[in-house]
Design a protein around this ligand. Structure first.
Ligand code: G16
Length: 539
């Protein structure tokens, strides 16, 4: 039954911000997935006697890839694989199951918020025993091995039945098929006051949750409708589909358009939310009101005492450098630790493991806490509902009161997409070289105070990471430039704009940031080098 297959190496398996992310057609190439998985196994010194968690967001190729990984795991001597029923598991649920079972690692087959289908994207997130995605040192080793791999091990057997819950054997390996929702729901019940949330819905509170035809549909139906009593129909697009029904499962103002249209109409319920393909991202909306992820992190942190699991105190909070500084003001007021890390959830993990932080979040619609080592979309929604239940206030009231207390960071991300990779790299390299000359220069009403690359020195493992370039202005405005590490189509230049205001708190965001956007194009020479006079996507 053991089969050793000769293979030819690929040279493009360098992981990005979150795992390996490629066009589906790239992953469909002969032995592509197998090469990657064997490279992971080899990089960690083999998997004999280990236990792994396995599942995915149900996108195209999920089913086939899971069978391949199960057979390869058994052939490589793994002790046990814990698999989500029918191959489904959300990224946060996977992290929880991994930690709960003290497993040695895990794969979530997902390209996250990227579209699915044969013409979409496929991806593999590889988590280590701490529950978070593998550190760069490990992904570098996997990449090196993948470039010279010559063979992989698998079993020549028929597919495993993943529809039945319970345990079965494949060769000497145990396969446990689990309900991917149950343990996750139990964990949420321990963090939040579900009785208070039941009362909220019993009192007529209305919400919609858009699962975007992706993995969180079953989680959301179980929690919001079946347990908390939100009326049936509160969860939209709840059946996970291989191509997400053609949706781009990215919960933002552009791609969650039907939800946004509903929330900005006169029929809007009290609360709206969406999650992405694999359930780690979230978007929060009130009636005709959008909460930026940066503000959301600040507001959740400021309200930690309302949640049973955190009421005795939190360690600290962290954000990615590109995320607005709103949460920094809260951390200062609460006198808790505050950290800025590079983009990528994995950079939060050491801070959580060492009890430096409890909460963390990113502008890219990710918020979470140390209950797991991934961002958690449904957790964020439950947190918001808990604040509403405890205060009796609307999303808009909660947010506007926050601005009154701390001031407001007007914030926006401008994405310049599908750029020639060479052009984008050169733009960043030349900008970095020009940074030292920017200090003291004036652009319209903005005067540069300082401009430098963002360098993070991890206080736990001592590693140093450079990610992005930051221009600070004298009025506390900032522009951050970086290249995306999750795209699969050329290069994407992300430009993050922030302007801090303490008085004009209810202005239009795009208008407020218009001149800063012009300055960003000028400083980055974006139009000159890419031909683009404006960003392709504004979130
Ligand atoms: C991943 C990472 C996040 C990161 C995001 C955007 O999210 O886990 O930490 O903020 O990518 O990365 P980039 O700006 O490099 O495209 P996800 O939801 O795709 O796993």
């Amino acid at each position: 039954m053991l089969k050793i297959v000769k293979t030819t190496a690929y040279t493009d398996m360098k992981m990005g911000t979150a795992g390996l992310r490629k066009k589906s057609k790239v992953v469909l190439q002969e032995n592509y997935l197998e090469n990657f998985v064997q490279s992971v196994f080899d990089a960690i010194g083999g998997v004999k006697g280990l236990t792994f968690i396995l599942g995915g967001d149900g996108r195209y190729y999920n089913k086939i890839a899971i069978q391949k990984i199960i057979k390869m795991s058994a052939a490589n001597g793994m002790k046990k694989v814990i698999v989500g029923q029918n191959g489904f598991i959300s990224t946060p649920a996977s992290s929880h199951v991994l930690l709960m079972n003290k497993a040695d690692g895990g794969f979530v087959l997902s390209a996250s918020h990227n579209p699915g289908g044969i013409n979409g994207d496929f991806g593999i997130k590889y988590a280590v025993a701490s529950g978070g995605q593998c550190p760069t040192a490990v992904s570098d080793k996997i990449y090196e091995i993948s470039k010279t791999i010559t063979e992989y091990k698998t079993l020549d057997v028929s597919d495993v039945d993943l529809s039945r819950l319970g345990t079965q054997k494949l060769d000497n390996m145990e396969i446990e098929v689990i309900d991917p929702v149950k343990d996750y729901v139990d964990m949420m019940e321990h963090i939040f006051d579900f009785e208070a949330l039941k009362k909220l819905f019993a009192g007529g509170f209305t919400m919609v949750f858009d699962a975007m035809n992706a993995v969180t549909g079953p989680y959301a139906r179980r929690i919001f409708e079946e347990i908390l009593g939100a009326p049936e129909g509160s969860v939209l697009n709840y059946v996970p589909l291989e191509d997400f029904g053609g949706l781009h499962p990215d919960p933002n103002l552009i791609y969650a358009k039907s939800l946004v249209d509903l929330m900005y109409s006169d029929k809007a319920p009290d609360f709206g939310a969406a999650n992405d393909g694999d359930g780690d991202r979230n978007m929060i909306l009130g009636k005709k009101f959008f909460v930026t992820p940066s503000d959301s992190l600040a507001i959740l942190t400021d309200n930690y005492k309302l949640i049973p699991a955190y009421k005795n105190g939190i360690y600290g909070v962290a954000k990615s450098a590109a995320t607005s500084t709103a949460v920094g003001r809260v951390a200062e007021a609460l006198n808790i630790g505050y950290y800025e890390v590079p983009t990528g959830w994995k950079y939060f993990c050491n801070l959580m493991d060492s009890n430096r932080i409890t909460f963390c979040g990113e502008e890219s619609f990710g918020t979470g806490s140390s209950h797991i080592r991934e961002k958690d979309g449904i957790w964020a929604v439950l947190f918001w509902l808990s604040i509403i239940a405890a205060t009796g206030k609307s999303v808009q009231e909660i947010t506007e009161e926050h601005w009154k207390k701390y001031g407001r960071s007007y914030y926006m991300r401008n994405d310049y997409e599908a750029l020639d990779v060479e052009t984008a790299n050169q733009l960043m390299a030349d900008l970095e070289a020009r940074l030292p000359q920017l200090a003291g220069q004036t652009f319209g009403s903005y005067k540069v105070a300082e401009a430098k690359p963002f360098v993070y020195n991890d206080p736990v493992d001592g590693s140093s990471t450079k990610n992005g370039l930051i221009v600070y202005f004298t009025d506390k405005s900032r522009i951050v430039y970086r290249l995306s590490g999750t795209g699969t189509n050329g290069a994407t230049l992300r430009v993050y704009l922030e302007r801090y205001e303490t008085e004009n708190l209810n202005e239009d965001v795009a208008q407020t940031l218009e001149s800063l956007a012009d300055v960003s194009r000028q400083i980055g020479e974006i139009t000159k080098r890419t031909g683009k006079t404006k960003a392709d996507v504004l979130t």
